[in-house]
Design a protein around this ligand. Structure first.
Ligand SMILES: Cc1cc2nc3c(=O)[nH]c(=O)nc-3n(C[C@H](O)[C@H](O)[C@H](O)COP(=O)(O)OP(=O)(O)OC[C@H]3O[C@@H](n4cnc5c(N)ncnc54)[C@H](O)[C@@H]3O)c2cc1C
Length: 432
């Protein structure tokens, strides 16, 4: 479906090669104004903001993106690089759109536009450790098939035929063939680059410190070194949406959740899928731990571990990387060695090889969790011409491309895709 649309757009932009062809772009796409005045200004150069910028600029809109660090300097550059989902299903909902739709956009960027994003539709193997988890996954697979989604239970032997390092002592694996992986930094920068080629102005090193509504409609956005003016403002600032909302007198219920990861030295190719564990999803299906201020599906609550969570893969540079913890600690981005060791033990239960590989480096980043756990994508009707694309929580790398496209299409056409109803910001954004 997305591909049909893309055939037309491919005539406008053709990836890296389009740099040379930029002069052939229609005037309003190629034109790059020096002025800091624009039609749409996007705050945040993560995957959500960069995709929004690309899809708006591609439709001929005048776009400025401001980012206080570099493109992909926060969660979008620090994540595991896993792409989720189980296909479109018979009756695609928001989750189908932002997962399967994003996979289509990853394909377009890598295969059609020529960006090297290390994208691969590798599939995911999720390890099943107990009888209870096995029964839960049997139900899940039946539910997926009823809805027209993909998913299959494999015996350890079947799993080891496609992932030789998988632990043969486990009860089984869930195989999700529609899932994939890509390099976070390369991918996010590809979107920003494509946006620039389509005429957007990408401004890094611009920390937004003030936003003022203009009497003439639109906003003045002040950074430490410049002032920009726009008709339409988009908040794509990840875990920092609430501080930016405060500049507009709004409360945006997005909290920073620390995710942390570790990597081995580079080794020859040994792990071929993205890897997960059923332990957390089974546990959260019984009690997701949410309350008024705590988002669902965290590994910790009140500084206590509730459950282990696991995701990982082998990068193209040979590093095997794993992570999983999700903890609410404010804007703290320092990795916790104890949590890393727990995660490493969990990883070794699934891929025993990693027990013998020393940890080379660790890192952490902040995921933008909405307090109700659902994405926040659309118009904030408490203010004029104000939009947001965030709340993509622990899965925003794999969901950000389509989330950005859905928002771009909404802004450009004025028509909100029906699936965005459940992401409506008005359900939760309030006057501060
Ligand atoms: C360790 C870890 C592992 C993860 N693993 C996965 C995974 O495997 N798969 C997956 O799909 N997702 C994963 N995620 C989640 C995913 O990374 C996020 O959901 C996603 O990157 C959010 O993208 P974003 O563009 O909304 O936010 P960000 O990438 O955080 O971008 C927001 C940008 O806004 C900028 N900004 C903030 N305030 C200002 C300001 N005042 N002025 C200017 N700029 C500002 C920031 O500098 C930042 O660059 C993981 C996250 C972490 C931390």
């Amino acid at each position: 479906m997305v591909n049909k649309v893309n055939n037309k757009r491919r005539q406008i932009i053709s990836g890296l090669g389009a740099l040379a062809a930029a002069s052939t772009l229609p005037g309003r796409l190629a034109a790059q104004s020096d002025a800091n005045d624009t039609d749409v200004l996007i705050i945040g150069g993560g995957i959500a903001g960069s995709s929004t910028a690309f899809h708006l600029a591609e439709q001929g809109r005048n776009v400025i993106l401001v980012e206080r660090g570099e493109i992909a300097s926060e969660a979008s550059g620090q994540n595991m690089g896993g792409l989720g989902g189980n296909g479109w299903g018979n009756n695609p909902n928001l989750l189908s759109y932002i997962t399967a739709g994003s996979v289509e956009i990853f394909k377009r960027m890598q295969l059609d536009l020529g960006y090297d994003m290390e994208f691969r539709l590798s599939g995911t193997l999720t390890a099943i450790h107990t009888e209870e988890q096995y029964e839960y996954y049997q139900d899940q697979v039946a539910r997926l098939h009823t809805g027209g989604y993909e998913g299959e239970l494999l015996s350890p032997r079947e799993a080891r035929a496609i992932e030789p390092e998988a632990n043969s002592d486990l009860l089984g694996f869930m195989f999700s063939k529609e899932r994939g992986q890509a390099d976070p930094v390369k991918s996010t920068r590809a979107f920003a680059h494509a946006a620039e080629l389509a005429g957007a102005s990408i401004n890094t090193g611009q920390n937004v410190i003030g936003i003022t509504p203009l009497s003439s409609r639109g906003y003045a956005v002040r950074t430490e070194s410049a002032e920009f003016r726009c008709q339409t403002l988009v908040l794509a600032s990840g875990a920092w949406c609430d501080p930016l909302g405060r500049m507009l007198g709004l409360y945006i219920p997005i909290v920073p959740i620390r995710g942390q990861m570790w990597a081995t030295e580079s080794v020859p190719a040994r792990v071929f899928h993205t890897i997960g564990s059923a332990e957390s999803s089974y546990f959260w299906s019984k009690d997701n731990g949410a309350d008024a201020s705590t988002p669902p599906n965290l590994t910790h609550k009140s500084n206590q571990r509730r459950i282990r969570h696991l995701y990982g893969r082998q990068r193209w540079n040979g590093e095997i990387i794993f992570g999983g913890d999700r903890e609410s600690l404010g804007y703290n981005k320092t990795p916790n060695p104890e949590g890393i060791e727990v995660n490493r033990g969990h990883a070794a239960e699934v891929i025993p090889l990693v027990a013998s590989l020393p940890i080379k480096r660790t890192w952490a980043g902040l995921m933008p969790f909405s307090t109700d756990g659902s994405p926040i994508i659309g118009r904030i009707s408490l203010r004029e011409n104000l939009y947001i694309v965030s709340g993509l929580s622990s899965s925003g790398f794999g969901r950000g491309p389509m989330a950005g496209k859905l928002l771009a299409d909404f802004i450009h056409t004025g028509h909100r895709a029906h699936v965005l109803a459940e992401a409506n910001p008005d359900r939760c954004v309030m006057e501060a």
